[in-house]
Design a protein around this ligand. Structure first.
Ligand SMILES: Cc1cc2nc3c(=O)[nH]c(=O)nc-3n(C[C@H](O)[C@H](O)[C@H](O)COP(=O)(O)OP(=O)(O)OC[C@H]3O[C@@H](n4cnc5c(N)ncnc54)[C@H](O)[C@@H]3O)c2cc1C
Ligand code: SF4
Ligand code: SF4
Ligand code: SF4
Length: 401
């Protein structure tokens, strides 16, 4: 039976839980807010299924194959505005919905907790747009996917690569009616950290939170902004000044498995891998408008045909696979561990949230100036040049994109 001795060896995909024939595995939250499987040993029949479906225990050797690559931008300006980068996901999802399919992705529940869910109509797709920088709870979505597939419905499943490899491992056989899209994933922050962040926001202002966009384009695409939408006054802070984003990019709040990610690779078992294109000037001048562009790597010929069918939705520019992955660390290399992480989680549990955030993310005049400098250098298109200057001011204390 499954037993987690080292937390780096479990990405929390829940494949084991959903595959157990005795339903005797539960996902239990640890003191950092991450879910891990726990077996009710009295019911276990020692069948070994949980171990067989675990994507970390059954890693496949990476093998090269022919790929195609594109940079794309959604033609619908409101979809593009809501999307993290170029709205590639929405275009693929719209196509699947038009075929009568079902789309799975990460969205909020009524209390702004992030979980995997499905939609069956285009109007509901907004739920999945925009990256939620918090680990999404998979729940029973693999089971639901299998049910739809067995009934012959087309399914698009989107998520991080560990979630999709978990799904494929859980399904244990290929389905022609399944499409998968994985987002390149820096790492996944803790749901506990997100709850504490919402607590902190509520202490700052009692006004009800209506929505949170982790990658809002309030200051343009290139300046990653956390936007909190309230009834009265919205909040827009970036990676220099927002405590949640600062914790994420300092690697304080992320899941242990992300430090040893088994799913970072070029040749993936998904149909599409999508990620940010911050260097569109190297690929397509017409898309260089600070509205967002997505890089798309197609791992199958059917994925290539599908993308080329999306010209009604997307501006598309074909590029070489070698060029699109050049220098993309997040695609292939796990993030570096952070020495302060254990103490941070201890403090997060024990200290009042305002004190804890003040200790780790003090907001000084320097941070506010950095924010303005980064916004303006991005707008003027001289950010890369200025980045070296930032590095000198910051040292390497906070890893920023
Ligand atoms: C946790 C995380 C870390 C990321 N790190 C990087 C990075 O380091 N570098 C990079 O270039 N890109 C990263 N991305 C991907 C990037 O943010 C965009 O998702 C990508 O550019 C696609 O944008 P889009 O406009 O085409 O799609 P969007 O419309 O933004 O679609 C969002 C897609 O992401 C999925 N999604 C959203 N939140 C989650 C979540 N918490 N868990 C699983 N799936 C989720 C949705 O289901 C949907 O498929 C990350 C995404 C996530 C979720
Ligand atoms: S060994 Fe079988 S019964 Fe026991 S927990 Fe694993 S899947 Fe469930
Ligand atoms: S990685 Fe997934 S399948 Fe493996 S133990 Fe963790 S939750 Fe279970
Ligand atoms: S970094 Fe790897 S283990 Fe962590 S969430 Fe992303 S894909 Fe999963």
């Amino acid at each position: 039976m499954i037993s987690i001795k080292n937390k780096e060896d479990c990405c929390g995909c829940s494949a084991c839980v959903q595959a157990c024939p005795k339903k005797c595995i539960e996902m239990i939250e640890d003191n950092e807010g991450f879910l891990y499987p726990q077996v009710g040993a009295s019911l276990c029949i020692d069948c070994g299924v949980c171990e067989k479906v675990c994507p970390i225990k059954n890693q496949k050797i990476e093998q090269s194959f022919k790929q195609t690559a594109y940079v794309v931008q959604n033609k619908d300006l409101s979809v593009l505005r809501e999307s993290t980068s170029g709205g590639a996901f929405s275009a693929i999802a719209c196509w699947v919905l038009k075929q009568g399919g079902v789309v799975f992705g990460a969205g909020y529940d009524d209390n702004l907790n992030v979980l995997h869910q499905y939609v069956e109509d285009e109007r509901s797709l907004f739920k999945f747009r925009n990256s939620k920088y918090v680990q999404s709870k998979i729940g029973t979505s693999f089971l639901q996917t299998k049910e739809f597939l067995q009934k012959g419905r087309m399914v698009l499943f989107s998520g991080t690569s560990c979630q999709i490899e978990g799904l494929l491992s859980y399904l244990r056989k290929p389905y022609e009616n399944l499409w998968t899209v994985d987002v390149v994933c820096h790492a996944c922050p803790s749901p506990l950290m997100f709850r504490k962040y919402k607590e902190w926001l509520n202490l700052k202002c009692a006004d009800e939170i209506r929505n949170i966009a982790f990658r809002d384009k309030h200051y343009g695409y290139k300046y990653s902004t956390m936007s909190v939408f309230r009834k009265e006054k919205d909040y827009h802070e970036g990676i220099d000044t927002d405590p949640y984003l600062r914790a994420f990019f300092r690697h304080l709040s992320i899941r242990p498995s992300c430090f040893n990610c088994a799913f970072k690779k070029i040749y993936r078992p998904t149909d599409f891998t999508i990620w940010d294109c911050f260097d569109v000037e190297n690929f397509c001048k017409e898309m260089d408008n600070d509205r967002g562009v997505t890089k798309v790597l197609c791992h199958s010929s059917r994925a290539q045909s599908l993308i080329l069918n999306l010209r009604d939705y997307l501006s598309i520019c074909e590029v070489s696979p070698e060029k699109i992955i050049e220098g993309e660390k997040e695609l292939v290399k796990p993030v570096a561990p952070c020495d302060e992480r254990t103490q941070f989680f201890k403090d997060l549990n024990e200290m009042p949230v305002e004190e804890c955030f003040e200790k780790y993310f003090p907001l000084t005049m320097r941070h506010r100036i950095e924010k303005q400098v980064r916004i303006w250098t991005n707008r003027l298109g001289i950010y890369k040049f200025a980045k070296n200057v930032f590095k000198k001011i910051n040292g390497n204390r906070e890893v920023k994109r």
